[in-house]
Ligand binder design. Sequence first.
Ligand SMILES: NC(=O)c1ccc[n+]([C@@H]2O[C@H](COP(=O)([O-])OP(=O)(O)OC[C@H]3O[C@@H](n4cnc5c(N)ncnc54)[C@H](O)[C@@H]3O)[C@@H](O)[C@H]2O)c1
Length: 347
Amino acid sequence: MKTIEIHGRSGASTILVGEAIGSIERYVPLDKTVMITDVTIMRHYQDILPPCPVIQLETGEKAKTLETVKDVCLRLMEIGADRSSFILGIGGGVVTDIAGFVASIYMRGIRFGFVSTTLLGQADAGIGGKNGVNLAGYKNMVGVFNQPQFVICDLSLLKTLPQKDLLCGFAEIVKHAVIQDPQLFSYLEAHYDRGLSLDPEVLERVVCDSITIKSSIVNRDEQEGGERRKLNFGHTFGHAIEKLSGISHGEAVSIGMAIASRLSHKRGTSAREAVERIESLLTKLGLPIRSHCAGEELLEAIRKDKKQQSDSIHFVLLKAVGDAFVEQMPIDELEDAIDGCLAPVAT
Ligand SMILES: NC(=O)c1ccc[n+]([C@@H]2O[C@H](COP(=O)([O-])OP(=O)(O)OC[C@H]3O[C@@H](n4cnc5c(N)ncnc54)[C@H](O)[C@@H]3O)[C@@H](O)[C@H]2O)c1
């Protein structure tokens, strides 16, 4: 088992990679715990979940709403949860985003921890203390920064994960490599096929490296005043594509990363080789790199994204694979720059 620590203003978080879900009683007070999970996790893992009251969510992004938050809070009241209770979120990013948000506001905040059950959750969503839900179709518009006490990443749970969701996890792992870790990127180029077939050694390496990259950034900039914005690489277009086309978060981020890479090359900040390597790795992983949304539609959705400040946007660009930077870019400039960047580079 490997342990990685986050020390945020909102508390400390211990991330345990390789810990088993069966050891959960070491980390939670079982008599005070309420579990929040989804129907799929219940179906696969009911027999090994801890014996405590359960609140079951529907699956998918459609569940990430204030309505769900209200329903969960009402259920907590029915169960008799109080300020000494502990919320245990067991699931992918949707469950942990909701569970962390509910725990942060119920009775002005109670203790919480996660068992992340998707690759995306283990490598990214469960880590770093961002919790929240969508509003009016816009991603994560309502939320808080608050660290879970622990995040258990039990890699054996990934064996039941559908292939499509596995790929989405790889999209965020590629993102971490692209913004900060050229060695991880090369490792993924060499071993992506072993990763796709759930080789435990490869999974442990890429999940640990991802968490280390994200944790180090969060430790320096928990509340996203500067460096943490790099973690949004690919997400400006990604969120717009996710909203407009309804494809999954990871797939949309994959396309967003390809667009941001092309934009970096077009603006002269990175070499064409970087775009080719990124597009090639995403394609080998089976992830999409081309958007079918029209440029104007995407820009309109970006204008409404919460990360937009006045007429400009913080956009993450590349100097090279493993080296990203944030530029405040007028939206009008983005409009000019995006021309020709929606389709893959010709090889
Ligand atoms: N808070 C953050 O910092 C952060 C970062 C990145 C993404 N996110 C959010 O995470 C969400 C996406 O998370 P996700 O990709 O984990 O999706 P998800 O939570 O929707 O899970 C994907 C699907 O896999 C199922 N599932 C989960 N674990 C399983 C398992 N072990 N076996 C079989 N099926 C399983 C779920 O029921 C669901 O149907 C998005 O809402 C995104 O905005 C948050």
